[in-house]
Write a protein that binds this ligand. Structure first.
Ligand code: FAD
Length: 433
């Protein structure tokens, strides 16, 4: 069969990156077709609905600093603007976030140990530190580092802190001054130290509604799992036996999948892909027949005998996410890609039992109970990530496949950055002429 050039833009994946690439093409007067393995659009920005309870696929708020993008999202859907007041649960205590600035509720001895070690922490330029374990000790002091972020790293990243590097941290981790720590140890603080002042969420329709305008006239083909790409023939093959020719190909398919999908992947690219690490996750979603179970927009849990790293409240994001008079929670439980996954039923049972204690609800209050698995949640910054990712991306680009999105580019992208990657991809294409 000869090469089939029909001028067709093909986009793999109907997450925010794929939608963005298609929409930006449309703005330039070009059509495209998105092929999505699921039966619905949105990817991780999507949701599912059970008996009138809507659950996003993990927490999701929008905080794009780009005013034009924010306006585009707002045109799709009016937004609530939440002040990101969130909490930390640690050994039965509730501390406002970030915990080290809000030690007031802790017993005196715990405060003393945290502050003593904070004052005695090694003095070193954090920017020069490449090991996350050392970075945490230098920023926070040993005792706090061991009790809080080390535990959270195991729960959220599925790794020990010493197994991670630091370039991903950026503004994500708050670094306190002694005055802030002391003040927060004496009195409950009102000041919000979160890295963004507001977090936006659609009033109606769940998180993905920020994309309603962009998605409107796009051609999305569902239940189309890509199983092979023949770059010589420029043909994409699907699990249902169908195939489609392409002229330009954009992909948000995770890199570890791409090395199996694209035919004739060289051994060194395969070896590089084998070095990539990521997390997978369960969403434990609960709907309640009472309006008052959810008390916090979201909170982090540091205790390692409690599976979730984080729990958030869909109904506090927007009351549109629950039937009238109800409330809901979703707990996020993560595992490293190479960890043994406990059975879903077990995770569901243990999580519900633990949350009953923490959040004060009973079996009779629960009217919806669900566990959903995501094979890709976060890319993990173990030291080989940079060179391994570069090897795989260079190979894809050499084949004229343009990677987009969080797992296509293999980066810690927020949804607005994944959206931006769709626009950037066009520029990348343009530069190729
Ligand atoms: C726990 C968690 C919390 C988050 N919270 C926030 C937040 O508060 N705010 C924020 O801005 N961002 C948040 N994010 C990040 C956000 O989810 C991502 O940046 C964004 O959704 C990535 O979009 P994407 O299109 O790149 O990837 P995806 O959403 O993964 O889309 C890729 C699509 O490709 C499809 N696909 C994969 N393989 C194939 C195949 N072989 N054939 C066909 N289709 C395929 C998938 O089904 C999927 O629909 C969070 C992420 C996680 C994990």
């Amino acid at each position: 069969m000869g090469a089939a050039y029909v001028g067709r833009n093909v986009i793999l994946g109907a997450g925010i990156a794929g939608i963005s690439a298609a929409w930006h093409l449309q703005q330039r007067g070009e059509q495209s077709v998105i092929y999505e393995q699921d039966a619905d659009w949105g990817g991780l920005c999507g949701h599912f609905v059970i008996d009138g309870f809507r659950f996003d696929r993990f927490v999701h708020f929008s905080f794009t600093p780009d005013e034009q993008m924010a306006a585009l999202f707002e045109r799709s859907s009016p937004l609530y603007s939440h002040v990101p007041v969130c909490y930390n649960y640690w050994h039965g205590h509730w501390l406002r976030h970030p915990a080290q600035n809000n030690l007031a509720p802790l017993p005196c001895e715990e405060k003393v140990r945290i502050i003593e070690d904070f004052v005695a922490r090694p003095r070193k330029d954090a920017a020069s530190i490449s090991c996350y374990d050392e970075w945490l000790r230098v920023q926070y002091g040993d005792y706090y580092a061991e009790q809080f972020p080390f535990a959270y790293t195991r729960k959220y990243w599925g790794h020990e802190a010493h197994e991670l590097e630091t370039r991903w941290v950026g503004e994500r981790m708050r670094v306190s001054s002694l005055a802030e720590v002391l003040r927060g140890a004496f009195v409950e603080q009102e000041e919000n130290f979160y890295y963004t002042s507001h977090m936006n969420y659609p009033k109606k329709g769940g998180y993905r509604s920020i994309l309603d305008r962009c998605r409107e006239d796009l051609d999305i083909q569902f239940n189309k799992k890509v199983t092979a790409i023949d770059v010589k023939e420029r043909v994409v093959y699907f699990a249902d036996g169908s195939r489609i020719p392409y002229s330009r190909l954009f992909s948000s398919v995770p890199l570890p999948e791409m090395v199996h999908i694209v035919l004739d992947c060289p051994a060194e690219v395969q070896r590089a892909a084998d070095q990539l690490s990521w997390t997978r996750g369960y969403q434990v979603s609960l709907g309640f027949n009472r309006p008052d179970v959810a008390k916090y927009l979201w909170f982090y849990i540091y205790d390692e005998d409690i599976p979730p790293a984080r729990v958030y409240s869909p109904n506090l994001k927007s009351p549109d996410n629950v039937p009238t008079g109800c409330s809901s929670l979703q707990a996020e439980v993560f595992y490293a890609n190479d960890a043994t996954l406990p059975p879903a039923e077990e995770v569901l049972r243990i999580t519900v039992d633990q949350l009953k204690e923490i959040c004060d609800f009973s079996e009779e209050d629960i009217i919806v109970r669900n566990i959903h698995f995501e094979p890709y949640a976060n890319v993990t910054f173990t030291p080989p990530i940079y060179s391994a990712r570069e090897t795989v991306l260079s190979w894809l680009r050499s084949l004229n496949i343009t990677p987009i999105g969080r797992f296509g580019l293999w980066d810690y992208l927020w949804s607005h950055q994944a959206f931006q990657s769709g626009a950037d991809a066009l520029r990348e294409m343009g530069m190729k002429g």
